[in-house]
Design a binder for this molecule. Sequence first.
Ligand SMILES: Nc1ncnc2c1ncn2[C@@H]1O[C@H](COP(=O)(O)OP(=O)(O)OP(=O)(O)O)[C@@H](O)[C@H]1O
Ligand SMILES: [Mg+2]
Length: 189
Amino acid sequence: MELCHGGDMLEAAVKKFYTMTNIVSAIKQLVLTLAAVEDSIEFEHRDLHMGNVLAGHDPNKPILEFDVCGDVYKVPSNGWVITIIDFTLSRLQSEDCVIFTDLSKEMTLFDGGRTMTRLMQAVREDNGNDWKTFNPQSNVRWILFLLRELIKRCEHTVKLKGLLTRLERYKSCYQMLPHFDEIFDMTKK
Ligand SMILES: Nc1ncnc2c1ncn2[C@@H]1O[C@H](COP(=O)(O)OP(=O)(O)OP(=O)(O)O)[C@@H](O)[C@H]1O
Ligand SMILES: [Mg+2]
């Protein structure tokens, strides 16, 4: 198997990455990617922190096309292609079995008051500590986490906070699809 170089992790991405245009594009790419796999394989990533999302610079791909549930979404990339990695904690349905990591007896990931720990605690509350079940809200929680982290690094916070508020209403990325243009209408506050 050959692994492509996906770019730098968002945590370390060069400062010029953190513009509103790039951040909106990154969130769109993540929503569409996750919506597609929520629908096809009941996928939850479950560990989508800044080290597990890569931004690769590719000026040859100004428009990215996502074929999601029969519809094609075109996302201006501004030259940045987002890739998700590290599926250690992920959950998916494969034919007749569920592949997942059982965190029901795990302590350290849930111990403490850090933002990421609180996120893990919220996901555990959503799934009742049954990690086999499919709760795509975890994907939304992680996207909100990433967007909050990106907002800290960007100057256009008002509009990005508006986007955050609109995304917060959804329980899965799939559920966002019919409202995609409205959610990402950045002329709104
Ligand atoms: N396809 C890739 N392209 C570029 N860099 C990558 C790629 N895959 C992994 N990396 C780099 O390696 C780092 C670690 O990879 P990964 O997240 O898969 O393992 P890990 O963090 O050690 O695993 P875990 O989080 O389970 O401990 C990433 O943060 C990234 O910097
Ligand atoms: Mg990792």
